[in-house]
Design a protein around this ligand. Structure first.
Ligand SMILES: NC(=O)c1ccc[n+]([C@@H]2O[C@H](COP(=O)([O-])OP(=O)(O)OC[C@H]3O[C@@H](n4cnc5c(N)ncnc54)[C@H](O)[C@@H]3O)[C@@H](O)[C@H]2O)c1
Length: 282
């Protein structure tokens, strides 16, 4: 079989939507067998079915990645189904948004659980399998929000910063065992999560607003378009990123082409964080 990850087995959390879905498709295109994991069973099932329709080998597994037993179950499912586990993409996310005084302790804890504890758990349980096989690659989806602050996103900002430094520590501990670990740090990417944050009214149960049972607000079409245009304009490239553009970097880092890369955090943000924020003087 040809392909950049031919014959490898890749497990993707949050694989039922957005960047995880795009990564599942890219891995399948390049020859991997794919395990699509999500708390949203419909999404995971739909993506795995799409991969099989495209001629790939894929299975889905429903798990809350903050639950240690479920995480062990997803790793076992990969090994039992495909005989090994070569690539782990820790990508699921959830967040409570709101100012520090409004954030609930439960929302703070849940945000950190999904964004930091879950990658720790999956890494902890994947490592013995990968080491026994002779190696593997782990890619964590962090964010530019792990390198800077955002208004109303302190829990998410803290979680994404933590996962970047967790990746570095774990990478140096296991580099000599043949397991590489890296992060990708996207800017704003046009996925259901960003659509919900920009007021589409989309149902995203994993995104909540501190102090509101109603979830993220639905904005008028005009306000939403203005907000999306401002968000796009903050990226010097002039637009939001596409899920597939992030998937391409995840694929590279997970493949043997990245054999000397470990403990790194790659910014992929259309120039967003290259900018001081000052306006153009020309
Ligand atoms: N979209 C962006 O602008 C952007 C920017 C930077 C980083 N990211 C990161 O990219 C990753 C993917 O985000 P996305 O925009 O594709 O989001 P998304 O909402 O489209 O997908 C996230 C997926 O995670 C799943 N999920 C949530 N909680 C879970 C849990 N406890 N267990 C298992 N699955 C769970 C959801 O069901 C969903 O399918 C996240 O780590 C996010 O923080 C996104």
């Amino acid at each position: 079989m040809t392909g950049r990850v031919a014959g490898k087995v890749a497990l993707i959390t949050g694989g039922g939507s957005g960047i995880g879905e795009a990564t599942a498709l890219r891995f399948q295109e390049e020859g991997a067998k794919v395990v699509v994991v999500d708390i949203n069973g419909d999404g995971a099932q739909r993506v795995a079915a799409t991969l099989r329709e495209r001629g790939g080998e894929a299975t889905h597994f429903v798990a809350d990645v903050t639950d240690p037993e479920a995480v062990q179950g997803m790793i076992q499912h990969a090994v039992q189904t495909f005989g090994r586990l070569d690539i782990l993409h820790n990508n699921a996310t959830a967040a409570e948004v709101g100012s520090v005084t409004n954030l609930s302790l439960a929302g703070w804890n849940r945000t950190l659980a999904v964004n930091v504890t879950a990658p720790f758990l999956a890494t902890k349980y994947a490592l013995p399998v990968m080491i026994a096989q002779g190696g593997g690659a782990i890619v964590n989806t962090a964010s530019v929000s792990g390198t800077r602050g955002d208004y109303g996103m302190s829990a998410y900002n803290a979680g994404k910063a933590a996962v970047i430094n967790f990746t570095r520590s774990a990478a140096i501990e296991y580099a000599s065992k043949g397991v590489r670990m890296n992060c990708v740090c996207p800017g704003a990417i046009d996925t259901p999560a960003i659509q919900a944050l920009t007021g589409s009214g989309a149902a995203t149960p994993h995104m909540s607003v501190a102090g509101s049972a109603a979830g993220l607000p639905r904005l008028s079409d005009e306000t939403r378009e203005k907000l999306r245009a401002r968000m796009a304009g903050a990226h010097p490239i002039g637009r939001l990123g596409l899920p597939r553009e992030i998937a391409n970097l995840v694929l590279f880092l997970a493949s043997d082409e990245a054999s000397f890369i470990t403990g790194a955090a790659y910014i992929i943000d259309g120039g967003l964080t290259a900018h001081t924020g000052l306006p153009s003087m020309t």
